[in-house]
Ligand binder design. Structure first.
Ligand SMILES: *[C@@H]1O[C@H](CO)[C@@H](O)[C@H](O)[C@H]1NC(C)=O
Ligand SMILES: *[C@@H]1O[C@H](CO)[C@@H](O)[C@H](O)[C@H]1NC(C)=O
Ligand SMILES: [Cu+2]
Length: 330
């Protein structure tokens, strides 16, 4: 009771201690290190950002690829259906500090040039994955990132060959009960897709442009209410997304674009398809910063709320899944 009473106070403290960046991307088992923000860069396919802090504001130009993102020197080989794992952390080696909000991934063709020369501000992005809360409880998948797990994403199996930026993004919503409180953490990785497929996206967006500060999934007074469905910002998941990434088990996406058979390959989905943390028992590894204290308390808060809503939540989720399957297979 004592610690729960502290939550509103701690939430008011500036939490500058620990944000984070993409420390590593693993593509089909091959690891590529990200450059520490603002440090002397070395070769990488991950665009370096200037700071571990968030991008604030949906119309901020840095929403494109992160704070003052620089072109990266490498373009990493990949293929349709490749498995990508995004590792988030801190320059000091500690884990990602937040646990509330969605994880989303976009791609954009680098068009007329190779990706190491392509300015993403003109990129036409399509969404290939989005995950929010887990189907089996109130925790967000972002909790797994806080616990040290990577985010696993499968490239579209039909995507045409060529150079692409992969824009992987965490939106941290722990302060999103206030307008403008959302923290955006986009990161861009340059890849070269092989193969001979011919798929193209049916719909693309720009960054900035795709989000509005008033979007329900960005300004979200109900973000700590596990009963409230979450509305992902941005476009629906593209027609091109891999079937393995269509398994959005939860999150309240109102479209049928995230429909999936319940049997979708969960084993390869890492933090998305498997419950690497069972929720209330796990604790973040950091111990000293006020930021992680806030996160820990909010997590406790969320797991209390979850218990009361779990049964209802499960019923609704399985109903929605069945409905989506029916639509998808009709
Ligand atoms: C892209 O172009 C914008 C506008 O000219 C510029 O501010 C930004 O630094 C460029 N980004 C890269 C990665 O070159
Ligand atoms: C593109 O495809 C997705 C997934 O099937 C769908 O949800 C979306 O509405 C489509 N967009 C357009 C503009 O047709
Ligand atoms: Cu932060």
């Amino acid at each position: 009771m004592f610690t729960l009473a502290l939550v509103p106070i701690l939430a008011l403290l500036p939490s500058v201690a620990a944000h984070g960046f993409v420390t590593k991307v693993v593509i089909d088992g091959k690891a590529y290190s990200g450059n520490v923000p603002n440090a002397q860069p070395s070769d990488s396919p991950i665009r370096q950002i200037a700071d571990i802090g968030p991008v604030k504001g949906a119309s901020n130009p840095d929403l494109n690829c992160g704070l003052s993102a620089q072109l990266a020197t490498q373009v990493a080989p990949a293929n349709p259906g490749s498995n990508l794992q995004f590792f988030w952390g801190n320059p000091g080696g500690s884990n990602w500090p937040h646990n509330t909000g969605p994880l989303m991934t976009y791609m954009a063709a680098c068009d007329t040039t190779t990706c190491d020369k392509f300015n993403g501000s003109s990129a036409k992005w399509f969404k290939i994955d989005q995950i929010g809360r887990k189907s089996d409880g109130g925790d967000w998948y972002q909790q797994d990132v806080m616990n040290g797990s990577p985010v696993a994403v499968t490239l579209p199996t039909e995507v045409a060959p060529g150079d692409y930026l992969v824009r992987h993004e965490i939106i941290a919503l722990h302060l999103a009960v206030s307008l403008g409180g959302a923290e955006f953490y986009p990161s861009c990785t340059q890849i070269r897709v092989g193969g001979s497929q011919s798929g193209t996206p049916n719909q693309t967006v720009s960054f900035p442009g795709a989000y509005n500060d008033n979007d329900p999934g960005i300004y979200d007074p109900n973000v700590y209410d596990t009963n409230a469905p979450y509305a992902f910002p941005g476009p629906p998941v593209s027609n091109l997304a891999s079937p393995a990434d269509m398994a959005n088990p939860n999150g309240g996406d109102q479209s049928s674009s995230s429909a999936s058979p319940a049997t979708t390959t969960t084993s390869s989905r890492g933090p998305k398809g498997t419950s690497t943390s069972s929720g209330s028992a796990a604790q973040p590894t950091q111990s000293s910063s006020s930021d992680s204290t806030v996160c820990r308390l909010q997590k406790r808060d969320a797991s209390l709320a979850r218990r009361s809503s779990l049964a209802q939540h499960k019923r609704r989720t399985s109903f929605m899944r069945a409905l989506r399957d029916a639509i998808r297979h009709s």
